[in-house]
Structures are given as structure tokens and as C-alpha cells.
Design a protein around this ligand. Structure first.
Ligand SMILES: Cc1ncc(COP(=O)(O)O)c(C=O)c1O
Length: 396
């Protein structure tokens, strides 16, 4: 069938991380033992009290439409939780509940970006940022960061990339895929650059609570002054192991929230009522599952970093946050071709190890390895990686 699709669809592609997951699934269906370093989601169950709140919502028939922006107690709970955890000060009218953090980013970009607008995105970047900008008709402009500075964005690098067409910058710290965490003082400088130049700073805090070593959970919204140019996006997916519930939020000045609400009202309407009651329990209840997950991630992170650094020709900066390692494997690519997609395919076919190629994140020569998997699978995966990289003809 040759159908004419709208330009907005032709401009974008299916999320490459989903493609890898699908390939790994095919091998699993053939009965092969796949070590899956692909997933961007916690391998822990959603805490019991959150599940119970959702069951109670069902029992009490909380199964109807809710206000588009989310139920009032949840908007209040998001503001209170964000203030307590990350030091911000927002009111419920400055909050919208969305169908995941990705949806909150989508709504914000749809509300603010149009043809001719440029959006700054530090690279390596989360795969969806550029495509969401493109759907809106905007142009992603990449601001490169590299391993020599631990992939940490500097305010002056962002400043240099600003043109008269720049309308927004999308920053993600802790970062997917690099794990980089922007230090608070630098983050404030980044916000100052955006504010002075009149561009929106969209800060994606999806991994806020997964930090290691000296890094701490931080939000640029904790700055004391008014925040006329800031949009905060948060998600319950990773912090509370609730990826399938599809629940996220945005905090921003009221006119922006109202514009996002307009977009949401003509698209999804409210997020699932049941998920909203689960989220309310998550944000108002005990958070003891978070340090438990964090301690386990820290253990796995240490193991995977030690294992990767023992493989000749593989180097990896220490990620300060999230749950990904992002090793440089370019030494193993033929002619420095930089094509880690072919390498990832070989790795899957030969050793049944699933990783996401760096090309997907704008970083050819790298692989993203998620350590949201058990320590036993990590050990097995490291054994296979060692064998793979030790064999002569690795490259395509
Ligand atoms: C950087 C980043 N932002 C946002 C999201 C979206 O999360 P969700 O839509 O599940 O809240 C993800 C998911 O992987 C992510 O890695």
C-alpha cells in the first residue's frame, strides 16, 4: 500500500529503544536466553500501598472522567511533594497531570513550538526529544557534550548555540543515556542564560531520585526568585516503579499550564482515573521503596563499571545518576565508522545481549547499557560482552 502520510509523520521515526526491545523479544520467543540491557524501566514491582490505592479506587467506582488537568488532590499532592523533596514552590493552578512525563513534554512543546522555532537539545539526548520537537514543526539544534567533561552541559555552551530563532532548551539531568548530572550551580547559570535571553527551559526530572556519590536529587525550580521561563517535567514511572501506569506531571507558570491543558483536552483528556489515585498514594505515602531501589542500583552500577573497564578497548565515564552505563566502544568499530547500530545487532545475534546503540541518542560509537536488571543477569551479560569484544571480527 502506498499511502500519503502527513509530513509530521514522515519527519519522525519509531523510538529506536522500542525497536531493540522488539528484536530482543523475537529472540526470546524463539526460546533463546537473552540478556536484556535494553529496558529504560525499573525491574522492581510498584510498591504495595500504591497498588492497594488503585484497587480501592476501582472498588469505589472512581472510574469516570476526571478534570482534564487531573484530580484536585493530586495536583495539590504534586506541588507539596515537589516542594518537600526538591524545594520548589508551586500552586495547584501551576500543575498539570499528564499521561506520563513524555506526554507532559509533548504538551509543553505543542503549546510553545511552531514552524521556524529552534529548540536546543544537549547531545547525547533522550531519543524522544528531537522527534517531539519535529512533530510540532520545530527544529532540534544539538549542543554537543562529551566524555571529557562527563557529558555535563555548561551554561556557556548553551549560550553560544542560541540564535534569534531559539525558543526553548530541553535539559535532562540525571541524563538518559549518559547518567550525567548537572551540578546545581551550573544548572542555575543555565536557567539564568535562558531567562535573560527569553527562552523556555524545559527541565526533565524523570530520574531526579536516582543519584550516586556526591550527586543529590536537585531541581532548578528550587531557586528562590520567580521562575517565569521554567517548565518542570516529572514522572512517577521511575521513582515509584510505575512505568505502565502512565502518570507524569508538569509545573510551570499558569498561562503555560493552561495552554498545555488546551492541547491535552483535545487529545487524551485526563490521565487514567485509577492511575491518578495510585499516584496520590505514591506522593503522599511512605517513600521507603526509593532508597531500597537506589541501593540496589548502586551495587549494580559498581559491578557494571568494573566489568566494562576490564574489557580492552571499552571505556566508560562514571554516571552520577539514572540507571544506565554509556561505554565508548568506538575502538572496536571498523575504520572508525562510528556505526554502533551494526555492532549492537551483531551483539544481539552472536551473544544474545540486547543494548541500545549510541546512534539512537546522537552518539555513534557508544552503547547504552541499562542496569535495571538483576545482578545475576549483569554477571552473565558481562561474561558475554567480554567474549564478544575479545573475538577478532567484531565490527560490521
Ligand atoms: C529522559 C526521559 N524523560 C522522560 C521519559 C518518559 O517517561 P514516562 O513517560 O514513562 O513518564 C523517559 C522514559 O524513559 C526518559 O528516559
Amino acid at each position: 500500500m502506498t499511502e500519503r502520510f502527513a509530513n509530521r509523520v514522515n519527519r519522525i521515526s519509531v523510538s529506536p529503544t522500542m525497536v531493540v526491545l522488539a528484536e530482543a523479544e523475537k529472540l526470546r520467543a524463539r526460546g533463546l536466553d537473552v540478556v536484556d540491557f535494553g529496558p529504560g524501566e525499573p525491574d522492581f514491582p510498584t510498591p504495595a500501598h500504591i497498588k492497594e490505592a488503585a484497587i480501592e479506587a476501582l472498588d469505589r467506582n472512581r472510574t469516570k472522567y476526571t478534570p482534564t488537568a487531573g484530580i484536585a488532590p493530586l495536583r495539590e499532592a504534586v506541588c507539596r511533594w515537589h516542594a518537600q523533596q526538591l524545594g520548589s514552590s508551586y500552586e495547584p493552578g501551576e500543575c498539570i497531570i499528564c499521561v506520563g512525563g513524555k506526554h507532559a513534554i509533548y504538551n509543553a512543546v505543542m503549546a510553545l513550538i511552531q514552524e521556524g522555532d529552534e529548540v536546543l537539545i544537549p547531545s547525547p539526548y533522550w531519543v524522544s526529544f528531537p522527534d517531539i520537537v519535529k512533530i510540532a514543526g520545530g527544529e532540534p539544534v544539538f549542543v554537543p557534550t562529551d566524555a571529557s567533561t562527563g557529558f555535563e552541559l555548561r551554561a556557556e555552551e548553551l549560550q553560544e548555540a542560541i540564535t534569534s530563532r531559539t525558543r526553548m532548551a530541553i535539559i535532562n539531568s540525571p541524563n538518559n543515556p549518559t547518567g550525567a548530572v548537572i551540578p546545581p550551580a551550573e544548572f542555575e547559570k543555565i536557567y539564568e542564560v535562558c531567562r535573560k535571553r527569553g527562552i523556555w527551559l524545559l527541565s526533565d526530572e524523570c530520574y531526579s531520585h536516582f543519584t550516586y556519590g556526591a550527586a543529590r536529587p536537585y531541581s532548578v525550580a528550587s531557586i528562590r526568585e520567580a521562575k517565569p521561563r521554567l517548565i518542570i517535567v516529572g514522572s512517577l514511572s521511575k521513582t515509584f516503579s510505575m512505568t505502565g501506569w502512565r502518570l507524569g506531571f508538569a509545573l510551570a507558570p499558569k498561562p503555560i499550564i493552561e495552554a498545555m491543558l488546551k492541547v491535552q483536552s483535545q487529545c487524551t483528556s485526563n490521565p487514567s482515573s485509577i492511575s491518578q489515585y495510585g499516584a496520590l498514594a505514591a506522593l503522599t505515602g511512605p517513600m521507603d521503596s526509593v532508597p531500597v531501589m537506589l541501593a540496589e542500583y548502586a551495587r549494580r552500577r559498581a559491578r557494571i563499571l568494573a566489568g566494562l573497564s576490564a574489557i580492552p578497548g571499552v571505556s566508560c565515564t562514571e554516571p552520577s545518576g539514572a540507571f544506565y552505563a554509556f561505554p565508548d566502544v568506538s575502538a572496536h568499530l571498523v575504520d572508525g565508522s562510528g556505526d554502533s547500530t551494526a555492532l549492537a545487532r551483531h551483539l544481539l545475534e552472536r551473544e544474545q545481549v540486547a543494548v541500545v546503540p549510541g546512534d539512537a541518542f546522537g552518539a555513534p560509537g557508544y552503547l547504552r547499557i541499562s542496569y535495571a536488571t538483576s545482578i545475576d543477569r549483569i554477571e552473565e551479560g558481562l561474561r558475554r560482552l567480554e567474549r564478544f569484544f575479545a573475538s577478532a571480527a567484531v565490527a560490521p
